[in-house]
Ligand binder design. Structure first.
Ligand code: ADP
Ligand code: MG
Length: 628
């Protein structure tokens, strides 16, 4: 047989390597910023157009390159940073693989301009898909500028795979933050589509964090410092009360390099144990300095994961250091680590109201019904339903949300506005048709199981509804309707609500402002870092507003755009998720019934907005089979 093995031409090999190094515009940003840092720059400018799809450019004032190096830098395995494999264990630079520029040049149009201080003129090299199209002498300032245009121009599949501009920009900003936070001694600027988004002067670490995340951040930070033989820790953790719903602000820097480590993250989480509300995550910005010989950063092509020699020790030191800081700043209830932790009351327990023992003799008293007793303190669902235009602002009052919003529903048949009572009537009719004229037998035969499911009887057997998913469906359709007919009832706040966000979060809110207004939000002033809210959708408690917006921002950031993506849909989904009654909430009978009725009045009662089953049915036959 003939020989069939051939060596791949360089430009093909480079394209393949590029797949590993460059996943998206943000990967280019990371590589270029790191090269600029390795070049000893004092000021680094990042210029982005169209979320990096059109242009990613990094301009530095570092040491620049000679004429030969300018050309060589685009060769694969061309690096000035290591000479032998041994050097891998003494790394003091970001790069070392010599792959980045070669990979980027294989899949984009690249223009390099560079000049060393000792030279009078600089050099420019232009490469398109690994082909050098020009190399000339140019007049250019000391330092290097690399402009990467039309990323993936020769791999359309990769280009199509890129997400929306909002998502790609988010990745770029994340990357920018990571590098900027790791190097407060370097000044960073970011220009996006011609406007200046960040201007971070040289500063200390704390100021850098504040410059990146907004002035309000300062008061949230608790310093952490620990100096041991194996590990030096410096940095900050966020106070527990500012913990976020999303994992956004969590940063480890090992020897000035951002890394991800689920294991070390766990060490922090365990130091915060008992201090955080469930579902929230502590922020942290921690520099870990270790001997470069004890780590291996070579295991991941994009180098965000590293291997430590002695992870267990690092875990223990980190956990103790964070615990100590929280204690020292009077944040943790426990100062003394030797105390038996079993003696401490957990945070949640402390906050709980102590219930007085019941001593009244009451024949109807059922000791197993304490949930119901508790919920009596809340206004009952039916009383709210009756006064359909009123609203409440207590957080437990999720149910009133139906009321105002639903008070102007569109009747599908004749497009006129009908009042709430008619809608309820209509919903019952639809319920009936759902089950082929099997009505829910009696309105009052609903039960709640484990504060999670609502069970009801239907003629053919029984119905089990997931309360959280069902309520999400109900709210989702309500919100979507408001967004479509662009008409929602708003509730004016007595005192405007000032909320603080990071700059890029404010950008997202600005983009969604119009849609948010259709759900009932009203905005006064939006500045770079604050959002002033003067009105909220009827029934939305003031205390929930920041949670809703935070959730929304994180949903937008993680959105996977597809053909049927729409901002309104995302908004409705996100708000439904935030506001729906959660698993674990006990519901009174009439609340349960109302939810069942509302669910079956929905257009698509079978699934939640995220396509999860909302209810199941079980026929008497199926039940019979269980008793054979
Ligand atoms: P690596 O960073 O792993 O060495 P790169 O492909 O990123 O590989 O860069 C190749 C070489 O080009 C670097 O080793 C460095 O010598 C040179 N280089 C790249 N960017 C710059 C820059 N901004 N300033 C000076 N030299 C640079
Ligand atoms: Mg590099």
């Amino acid at each position: 047989m003939a020989d069939i093995i051939q060596l791949l031409p360089d430009h093909v090999a480079n394209q393949i390597a590029a797949g590993e190094v460059v996943q998206r515009p943000a990967s280019v940003v990371k590589e270029l910023l790191e090269n600029a840092i390795d070049a000893g720059a004092n000021t680094i400018k990042l210029i982005i157009k169209d979320a990096g799809k059109t242009l990613v450019q990094v301009i530095d004032d570092g040491k620049g390159m000679s004429t030969t190096d300018a050309r060589l830098s685009f060769e694969r395995h061309a690096t000035s940073k290591i000479r032998s494999a041994d050097d891998l264990f003494q790394l003091h630079t970001k790069g070392f693989r010599g792959e980045a520029l070669a990979s980027i040049a294989a899949i984009a149009h690249v223009e390099l301009k560079t000049k060393q201080e000792t030279d009078d003129v600089g050099n420019t090299v232009q490469i398109e898909g690994s082909k050098v199209v020009a190399q000339e002498v140019v007049v250019t300032p000391n330092g290097t500028s690399v402009a990467v245009k039309n990323l993936f121009f020769n791999i359309p599949a990769r280009r199509n795979f890129l997400k929306s501009d909002a998502v790609e920009l988010r990745h770029i900003i994340d990357e920018f933050h990571r590098v900027a936070l790791a190097h407060p001694n370097i000044s960073f600027l970011l220009y996006n589509n011609g406007g200046e988004s960040f201007n971070l002067p040289v500063s200390n670490f704390r100021q850098r964090i504040v410059n990146v995340f907004g002035s309000k951040t300062n008061e949230k930070l608790v310093p952490v410092n620990e100096d041991t033989e194996v590990l030096k820790i410096s940095g900050f953790v966020g106070k527990p009360e500012y913990a976020k719903k999303t994992r956004g602000e969590q940063y480890f820097f090992v020897n000035n390099r951002f890394i991800k480590s689920a294991y070390l993250n766990h060490a922090i989480a365990s130091a915060f144990e008992g201090l955080l509300k469930s579902g929230t995550h502590a922020s942290y910005f921690l520099n870990l300095d270790v001997d470069p010989q004890t780590i291996d950063i070579n295991i991941h092509p994009t180098k965000t994961e590293i291997k430590f020699d002695d992870e267990h020790t690092l875990y223990a030191i980190l956990r103790a250091a964070v615990k100590h800081s929280l204690g020292q700043f009077n944040i943790a209830p426990v100062l003394d680590f030797d105390r038996d932790p079993n003696l401490d009351t957990t945070y949640e327990q402390q906050k709980r109201n102590i219930k007085a023992p019941q001593i009244e003799v009451d024949r109807s008293f059922n000791p197993f019904q304490d949930e119901a007793v508790k919920s009596e303190a809340k206004p009952s669902f039916s009383s709210v339903s009756k006064q359909s235009t009123s609203f409440k602002t207590t957080p437990s009052n999720w149910d009133s949300l139906y009321v105002g919003v639903a008070s102007k529903e569109i009747n599908n048949n004749d497009d006129t506005l009908v009042d709430f009572s008619e809608v309820q009537f209509e919903s019952e009719e639809q319920t009936a048709s759902m089950f082929e004229n099997e009505e829910i037998e009696q309105a009052n035969t609903t039960y709640q199981i484990h504060n999670k499911y609502i069970v009801s009887t239907i003629k053919s057997g029984m119905l089990v509804i997931d309360q959280y998913r069902a309520h999400q469906r109900v709210l989702y359709e309500d919100f979507l309707k408001n967004l479509t007919i662009k008409e929602a009832t708003s509730q004016q706040l007595l005192f405007p609500l000032q909320l603080h966000f990071s700059k890029q979060d404010v950008e997202i809110i600005k983009q969604l402002k119009e849609d948010l207004e259709f759900t009932g939000f009203m905005f006064a002033e939006i500045t770079q870092e604050t959002v002033e809210i003067t009105g909220v959708p009827v029934g939305v408690p003031e205390s929930e507003v920041s949670i809703i917006l935070e959730q929304l921002i994180s949903d937008v950031e993680n959105e996977v755009p597809d053909s049927n993506f729409s901002a309104a849909d995302l908004l409705a989904k996100s708000m439904a998720k935030s506001l729906a009654i959660k698993t674990g909430q006990s519901l009174q009978k009439d609340e349960q019934e109302h939810l069942v009725n509302k669910l079956f009045a929905c257009k698509e009662p079978n699934v939640s907005p995220t396509n999860k089953t909302t209810f199941i049915t079980m026929s008497v036959d199926e039940l019979d089979k269980k008793f054979i």
